[in-house]
Design a protein around this ligand. Structure first.
Ligand code: SF4
Length: 136
């Protein structure tokens, strides 16, 4: 398996353009999206709101942005605080070479139903990147 792009939040590992299936990073994914007038999954995942449409085209992304703006959550500062606290914990574990601590943070995020999809994937990706760096 190729080394994944650390910030990629796309979970479709069966997609041939997913960075886990080759060693060309984002290039195949971006090329496919440009060819088909679509927006990469990572951009959709960055917005903490359910997709209001089924597609991945420019207009689907615009609809998502509009929906998220209309229904901006009141608890956005709290969600940000959770991410900042977890990032701080990951950093502390990383500095101390505490792989078990990072793994525990990752497992906690995986099982935390209160986290948004974006927050969960962000924390998991940060943990994976930190563990990879500690392995090197
Ligand atoms: S562009 Fe594609 S491959 Fe790159 S991070 Fe986004 S979804 Fe992943």
């Amino acid at each position: 398996m190729a080394k994944p792009v650390s910030f990629c939040t796309c979970t479709d590992t069966k997609c041939p353009y997913n960075p886990v299936n080759h060693d060309q990073g984002c290039t195949p994914c971006i090329a496919k999206n440009l060819r088909e007038s679509e927006i990469p999954t990572c951009f959709f995942n960055k917005i903490d709101h359910p997709k209001p449409t089924g597609g991945w085209h420019y207009e689907d992304f615009a609809a998502l942005v509009q929906a998220a703006k209309r229904e901006a959550p009141d608890d956005a500062p709290k969600k940000l605080e959770v991410i900042i606290n977890e990032a701080d914990s990951i950093d502390k574990c990383f500095v101390n070479g505490d792989k078990d601590g990072i793994t525990a943070i990752m497992k906690k995020a995986e099982g935390n139903a209160e986290l948004s999809n974006f927050s969960r994937l962000w924390i998991i990706n940060e943990c994976r990147s930190a563990l990879e760096e500690l392995e090197e």
